[in-house]
Ligand binder design. Structure first.
Ligand code: G6P
Length: 609
């Protein structure tokens, strides 16, 4: 997730671009750059690190010009560096491109371009766009961009400039956001509304496969076949700047909860090959090496640890490899039994958690191969592990993890399927049907988010609770644990999670009418057992909030509140069952007046032991 800005108009483009990028820095911040149409051609300035580094250079050596594109980067391909920072240029240096998204077929395109004499200078997927535009350009920039995007698989929002067209920015998008702020004699292209609000509240929303030619006086939108779109989508924005930075949501946490369909979709993108093989080159292991794995050890902290617990079920069930999951702070001091036949998976959204990093070192010293799952390209765990699987959730600002958790689970589904394929424990048909269902999970989450009836009312009833219990069985146990963690983190209500079958050995003593019990009761092979556990606590006066499947009428007899999710197969229910619990915690915390984005005493990245 990166931020893009483009400007055409009477102001100094560098001022508008830097101001706009500052408003988009929440989208990524490992490097930044601009390309300005100067008198002598396209001038590109890029710097590693935060935007201030770039602003400082431009302040001391201004680049005059009224047309340009800018970018703040959240690395996906290639580490954060000046060479990998955008804009990227073609061979002639007359074309410059900024991009947000992931180009899945960039390896193939790089090879093709290199074979025809193009010299690519970065490690990014984006650079191929500049060279493709160069190769298709015959005088019409929008036409060259249209031909280019037809070659791309994946997601993109693009801003393109060409020295031959000093008054124009061409913009295009598919599956990545892009809008155009319509000003008086000026127009501003941007990934998101905050970047344009200083200049206008009139916005054109570019749709998938559309290409816009933006000049100071007009915006011409064409569809993929080059036909002019007569009625592009226009809107007037009435949010203030603060609300706009949060995409119109009250808090980053709520925005990030709603970003989950995209985060999961992006994490799954490109993982299924045309040959039916799961694509996971990051594992960098031969089928023989995978077959030799006799144990998987997952280490993680906090929410990531719960993702690890979900993965235990997936990997054991699908790949039939025994899995141990341990919090990193225990693993590192426990003299763990790990050797060169153990695959260690380190899960950490930030990639910087001290205990997990120490666990990685410990495991590698003992000869294990370590694969990291992280959301931050270039973070320390990526440098210390043998391989990295990225979740593509985009930056998460809310301290309590939401979209990074469900994206981690998505990545772990992919890993589990890959291991199963390598071990030959699932038939091709089974992998295919699981993949189809998995690909539908973003839509399932969208459906949950579109129907919040009852959630706020349910939350309102429990804002005064002092203590709560979360129960589940099987894959529902880590989901209950994550539900409890979210509630305690952001609302400060004590919340304890238990395997439902174990509850009678202790926590049942705590049950009173004042203790709400949240139960993961989605359909599965232990559903009836879960219902029995509900009855046990209900008999002691507990109020039940059940997370249950649409169409399950029986549950209404056993619960005061039912939070519904669409039916999925049991093993794929982890993500859907998580979402209503995130929202429940959110609304309870809000009703208690808590700061959900920055809960007391917590930090987003814990770099101390
Ligand atoms: C902190 C955060 C949690 C996170 C945990 C592990 O406690 O507040 O949201 O789950 O660290 O972080 P990691 O970056 O390793 O996933």
């Amino acid at each position: 997730m990166c931020g893009i800005v483009g400007y055409v108009g009477p102001r100094q483009a560098s001022d508008v671009l830097l101001g706009g990028l500052a408003r988009l820095e929440y989208r990524g911040y490992d490097s930044a750059g601009v390309a300005i149409m100067a008198e002598d051609g396209v001038r590109v300035v890029r710097r590693l690190g935060k935007l201030v580094n770039l602003s400082g250079v431009i302040e001391s050596e201004p680049v005059p010009g009224g047309v340009g594109i800018g970018h703040t980067r959240w690395a996906t391909h290639g580490r954060p560096s000046e060479e990998n920072a955008h804009p990227h240029a073609d061979c002639t240096g007359r074309i410059a491109v900024v991009h947000n998204g992931i180009i899945e077929n960039y390896v193939e395109l790089r090879e093709e371009l290199a074979a025809t004499g193009h010299v690519l200078r970065s490690e990014t997927d984006t650079e191929v766009v500049a060279h493709l535009v160069e190769s298709y350009y015959t005088g019409d920039l929008a036409a060259a961009v249209t031909r280019t995007v037809a070659r791309l698989d994946g997601s993109y929002a693009l801003g393109v400039v060409h020295a031959d067209h000093p008054d124009t920015v061409v913009a295009a998008r598919k599956d990545s956001p892009l809008i155009i702020g319509l000003g008086e004699g000026e127009n501003i292209v941007a990934s998101d509304i905050p970047a344009v609000l200083e200049y206008t509240r009139d916005v054109l929303v570019l749709h998938d496969d559309q290409v816009a030619t933006v000049s100071a006086g007009e915006v011409v939108v064409r569809d993929g076949s080059g036909e002019v779109v007569a009625d592009p989508e226009l809107m007037r924005v009435d949010w203030d700047l603060d609300a706009a930075e949060k995409g119109g949501y009250e808090d980053f946490m709520l925005k990030e909860i709603f970003e989950q369909p995209t985060a999961i979709r992006e994490t799954l993108r490109g993982r299924m090959g045309e040959d039916g093989e799961i694509q996971l080159s990051e594992l960098d292991m031969t089928p023989e090496q995978v077959t030799a794995i006799d144990r998987v050890f997952i280490i993680a902290c906090g929410t990531s640890y719960h993702a690890g617990m979900v993965a235990k079920t997936l990997i054991e069930q699908w790949a039939r490899i025994p899995v141990e999951v341990e919090v990193s702070s225990e693993f590192r001091y426990r003299d763990p039994i790990v050797d060169d036949e153990t695959l260690v998976v380190a899960i950490t959204q930030s990639g910087e958690t001290a205990d997990t990093l120490a666990g990685v070192r410990e495991a590698r010293e003992r000869g294990a191969k370590v694969i990291a799952i992280t959301n931050v390209v270039g973070s320390r765990v990526t440098r210390e592990s043998d391989g990295v699987i990225y979740t593509h959730a985009g930056p998460e600002i809310g301290v309590a993890a939401t979209k990074t958790f469900t994206a981690q689970i998505a990545a772990l589904y992919v890993l589990a399927l890959k291991l199963a394929q390598a071990k030959g424990t699932l038939s091709d048909e089974r992998v295919e049907s699981l993949w189809l269902e998995l690909s539908n999970i973003p839509d399932v989450v969208e459906a949950i988010l579109a129907d919040l009836d009852g959630l706020k009312e349910c939350a309102a009833e429990y804002t005064a609770a002092c203590s709560s219990l979360f129960l589940g069985r099987g894959i529902g146990v880590p989901i209950a644990m994550e539900g409890a963690l979210k509630l305690k983190e952001i609302s400060y209500i004590h919340a304890e999670a238990y395997a439902a079958g174990e509850m009678k050995h202790g926590p049942i003593a705590l049950i009173t009418e004042e203790v709400p019990v949240v139960v993961v009761a989605t359909q599965g092979h232990t559903y009836e057992k879960v219902v029995s556990n509900i009855q046990e606590v209900r008999a002691r006066g507990a109020h039940i909030i059940a997370v249950a499947t649409h169409g399950d009428d029986e549950i209404t007899r056993h619960a005061e509140h039912v939070l519904r999710v669409p039916a999925t197969s049991e093993v794929l229910s982890a993500i859907p069952a998580t979402v209503p619990m995130q929202l429940l915690s959110y609304y309870i915390a809000k009703a208690r007046g808590c700061n959900v984005d920055q809960p007391r005493n917590l930090a987003k990245s814990v770099t101390v032991e």
